[in-house]
Design a protein. Sequence first.
Length: 133
Amino acid sequence: MCHKNKLAQFRKKAGLTQKELAKELGVAQSSITYWENGERTPSAKSAQKIANYFNVPLEEIFEPYKEEFSLSKIINTVPTSSELFDSFRQLEAFLNEKKFTVQEFKDLKEYAEFLISRRNKIVHGIEDKDDSE
């Protein structure tokens, strides 16, 4: 369930159009529209970018989303070890059935590393050296 928020209020106070804010945040203008209208919920990362951009606490803009961004809710979306093991077994069976090029295997490895990095950031607050901004 999505809710109204103060994003439009902050954007207008800064004298920005939706298009300008979208460009500043690196998102589509339609995302800004959806978020302002409460039709969709921004990701935790996008919400934090917005709060950082306006230099205010996250809750000041997205108070209705507070529960959706709670740490326990995020952690509960991270798969357990047994779920990961089952997924790897399914992936192994899938890979054994298919013929992949070297580049496709590299792409799969890169995606797996991305998922692991994202999980580490969410659960442990660990950032990869390459991700530091």
